[in-house]
Design a protein around this ligand. Structure first.
Ligand SMILES: [Zn+2]
Length: 99
């Protein structure tokens, strides 16, 4: 899993879910870029982890040879400025941005 694989990365937008009655959190991928289904990824424990730490590259559960990037979806903005558009573009086309 080297940097040469970077061109193949796809973004997967996630929402944070918790497991009722527990402090365990999951990232829910609602629309997998590869199979279109939804997947869950552990996001850690509310008490001990920052769920943001578990974002980033993860193997896709439907195809372990492929990796996607867990990303927070762009939040709806009251006014849509340059910054929001830039974020959307980056989120949707990670492979074109190498920073
Ligand atoms: Zn999938």
């Amino acid at each position: 899993m080297g940097k040469k694989d970077r061109h193949a990365l796809r973004s997967a937008f996630v929402t944070l879910r918790d497991l009722p009655g527990t402090r365990v959190m999951f990232w829910l991928v609602q629309d997998c870029p590869y199979c279109g289904a939804s997947h869950l990824h552990p996001a850690g424990n509310l008490r001990t982890a920052d769920p943001g730490d578990t974002l980033g590259e993860r193997p896709a559960p439907c195809d372990p040879t492929r990796v996607y990037v867990l990303s927070l979806p762009p939040k709806p903005q009251k006014k849509r400025g340059k910054e929001a558009r830039r974020r959307e573009r980056r989120a949707g086309r990670v492979n074109d941005w190498d920073e």
